[in-house]
Design a protein around this ligand. Structure first.
Ligand code: NAP
Length: 244
C-alpha cells in the first residue's frame, strides 16, 4: 500500500483525488491538509506520496516541505513559471524525494498536446482557444502554455505572423507565446476545454479536447502517485508515464 497525503483536500480537485485514492486497492489516504492545517500531518501519518491541487501561491512551499521531508510529490496545480520549475529542479536534485508535475492529467489532453506538436511543423500559423470555469485563478491555462511550448519545440522555425492587422480593442488577439496566440475564455458551467487551430494554404486543422468532469483527471493522478517513487528528480508532463 502507498500511503498518500492530499494538499487542498477540500478543493474541487483535491476532494476528487481523495475519493480516487480511497477507491484504489493499492493506495491508502492517510492525511488531508488544507490551507490552515499543518503539513507535518503528512510526516506524522507516514505519507510517502503527497498530491497537490492548491493554488499558485501555495504550491511551491508545499513542494519544498515535501522534498525536505523525503515525501514524493505529484503536482497538478497550474500557474508555475519556468523559473519556478528551475527552482523545484534545484531542490530535488540529489534529494530522496522526487517531484512529478503535470499541467493536465487527462489522457485526452495529453494526446491533444501530442497531436498538436506533431502537426506544428506542417502548418504556417497556430492559435489556441482554452475555456475554463470562471473560478480558475491563472490565465492562460497551464495546458495552453504547455501545448504552445511543445508545438514551438517541435517546429524549430518561426510561425507566419498575420500582416497589417491592428487591435481596435486591446487584447483582442490574445497572448503571444512565441508566435502562437492564446485566447482564454472563462465561463460558468465549463470544466477544461481547448481547441488548437492550425492553418496553412486552403486548409485548417482543429484539434479539440474537452474535460467534462473532474473524473477525467483521476486515472492520470493515480498513475502518477503509483509511479512517482520510481522517478528521479523533477519530471514534467504525463506523457513521460505513457507509452505514446
Ligand atoms: P480549488 O477548488 O480552489 O481548490 C484549491 C484548494 O487548495 C482549496 O481547498 C484551498 O483551500 C486549498 N489551499 C489553498 N492554500 C493551501 C495550502 N497552503 N495548503 C493546502 N491547501 C491549500 O481549486 P481547483 O479547481 O481544485 O484547482 C486547484 C488547482 O488544480 C488549480 O491550480 C487548477 O488550475 C489545477 N488543475 C489542474 C488540473 C490538472 O490536470 N493538472 C486539472 C484541474 C485543475 P481554501 O479554499 O480554504 O483556500
Amino acid at each position: 500500500m502507498i500511503k498518500v497525503g492530499v494538499f487542498g483536500a477540500q478543493g474541487r480537485m483535491g476532494s476528487e483525488v481523495c475519493r480516487a485514492v480511497q477507491a484504489d486497492d493499492e493506495l491508502e489516504l492517510v492525511a488531508q491538509v488544507d490551507e490552515n492545517d499543518d503539513p507535518r500531518a503528512f510526516v506524522d501519518a507516514g505519507a510517502t506520496v503527497a498530491v497537490d491541487f492548491t493554488t499558485p501561491d501555495a504550491v511551491l512551499a508545499n513542494i519544498r516541505f515535501c522534498v525536505d521531508n523525503g515525501i514524493h510529490v505529484v503536482v497538478g496545480t497550474t500557474g508555475l513559471s519556468a523559473s519556478d520549475l528551475d527552482e523545484v529542479a534545484g531542490w530535488v536534485a540529489g534529494a530522496r524525494a522526487s517531484v512529478f508535475i503535470a499541467p493536465n492529467f487527462a489522457i485526452g489532453a495529453v494526446l491533444m498536446m501530442d497531436f498538436a506538436a506533431r502537426a506544428a511543423p506542417h502548418f504556417d500559423t497556430a492559435e489556441i482557444v482554452e475555456r475554463h470555469h470562471e473560478r480558475k485563478l491563472d490565465a492562460p491555462s497551464g495546458t495552453a502554455l504547455r501545448t504552445a511550448q511543445l508545438m514551438n519545440d517541435a517546429r524549430g522555425t518561426a510561425w507566419r505572423a498575420p500582416q497589417g492587422h491592428s487591435e481596435t480593442l486591446p487584447g483582442s488577439r490574445g497572448g503571444d507565446s512565441s508566435g502562437i496566440r492564446i485566447h482564454s475564455v472563462r465561463v460558468p458551467g465549463s470544466v477544461a476545454h481547448q481547441d488548437v487551430i492550425l492553418g496553412t494554404a486552403g486548409e485548417t486543422l482543429t484539434i479539440r479536447h474537452d474535460s467534462l468532469d473532474r473524473a477525467s483527471f483521476m486515472p492520470g493522478v493515480v498513475l502518477a502517485v503509483k509511479r512517482v517513487g520510481s522517478l528521479q528528480g523533477l519530471t514534467v508532463g504525463l506523457e513521460n508515464l505513457l507509452d505514446l
